[in-house]
Design a protein. Structure first.
Length: 61
């Protein structure tokens, strides 16, 4: 189930980057950050503690 979720998120973020064109690749873009983060997490998710830390930082906690 986890792999299926990752693939769905990867596909949606890729689609968003394609729709936005060049703007989707700009560093300030939320879509670029989501796409980049998803690529990194799919390569090596890390331990649950690391994942919680990443999520906490993104939420501003």
């Amino acid at each position: 189930y986890r792999r299926q979720r990752q693939m769905c998120i990867r596909d949606r973020t890729y689609d968003a980057v394609q729709v936005l064109g060049g703007m989707g690749y700009m560093r300030e873009s939320l879509v670029e950050r989501l796409y980049r983060d998803n690529r990194i997490l799919s390569i090596g998710g890390g331990s649950r503690e690391i994942m919680n830390e990443i999520i906490g930082k993104q939420m501003g906690l």
